[in-house]
Design a binder for this molecule. Sequence first.
Ligand code: FAD
Length: 357
Amino acid sequence: MAGILSNKKIGIIGGGITGVVTAIFLARAGNKVTIFDKNKLLSETSSSTTKLLHGGIRYLENLQIKEVRNGLNDRHWWLKNFPNNTSAIEIFIPFKNIFSIRFIKYFIGIKLYEFLSFKKKLGSGKIIFGSRNVMKNQEMNFLNFLSFIDGFMDDELLSEKLRDELSQLDVEIYENYEVNDFNLSGAVNNFNFDNVILASGPWNKILLDKNNLKTDKDIDLIKGSHLVIDRKINRAYMFEAICKKRYIFALPYKNNTLLGTTEKRTDSPDTPIIDEDEKDYLIQSYNSFFSKQISSENILYNYSGVRPLIKSNKKNFHNSSRDFYIDQNEKLICVFGGKWTTAPSIAKKIVTIINNG
Ligand SMILES: Cc1cc2nc3c(=O)[nH]c(=O)nc-3n(C[C@H](O)[C@H](O)[C@H](O)COP(=O)(O)OP(=O)(O)OC[C@H]3O[C@@H](n4cnc5c(N)ncnc54)[C@H](O)[C@@H]3O)c2cc1C
């Protein structure tokens, strides 16, 4: 990465994807970086995703154009830098009726999504009308589809690669090390830094409150759960959940199906566990689209994480932005929100702040 070299001592609280990618960018820029995590690196929210590298096609519904554009740029960064652990994935959206507003809306949305990718487009989506020949091996009760192309990652391998990069860059790592005290003057427990970055995702607000530090952003803790189902599917799908307000992904995953996600407000980011109603919601949503039905007996395992969404005054948090916000107060820089995909954008902004500081 080109840019001005700085030589500062930086402490990062939280080794999720935000902390890890920020550490890599800061170390590449010449800084001496230390990461603290109360657990293992990349073991919390960052290990519970749908594994998509994306701009978020559904955010176009809320006209979050800038956010989608940033996500698409970052998607390109991941696919370019980690070609062995990422790939393009074609995702099919089923439609009962092609003569519908919904179909037209989606068609326009996909074209806009492709346009916003500019030269970083991964390919063009398809329109498939009523032909069982095109969609060989019919798995769904539908004949019409629109498709679009996004990024997919092997997050386990990618996490190993990122960890290797941290050690090559001599980033100091403290795992199973809980930070309790930090302040605006660069102190983290008994350490002192030129700058401290708070990247503890869904724990950010709790840690700030504990240390009597104020910010102008708050966090909405939204739990999301996935099921891994013992069904092999040939294609990736995005379809309406039974609530009709959200979309569910069913993705081919290690000869099984990755099904997710739910969105449920929660009080605490600690040890999220799937509820029975979330399992039912995912199973019923799957059964309303796929021809071969499933029950809870088909669940191989499940996992849950808590999204650190920036709190908005929108009534429906499903429409909340996945954008990020960086707040600086003296030596402390706090990151709110973001996605796995947008960690490089967050990291670049922090490097700029530190270089100019
Ligand atoms: C269900 C679900 C699906 C998702 N799917 C996608 C997707 O497909 N694509 C995408 O781009 N994004 C996705 N996301 C969003 C993405 O997972 C998150 O935005 C991202 O992982 C947040 O990373 P983070 O580093 O901010 O937080 P985390 O990964 O939670 O990292 C924070 C770290 O801080 C540490 N910590 C907390 N308190 C302390 C303390 N006191 N001392 C030291 N360390 C501490 C924690 O142990 C943790 O490791 C999804 C999120 C969820 C929940």
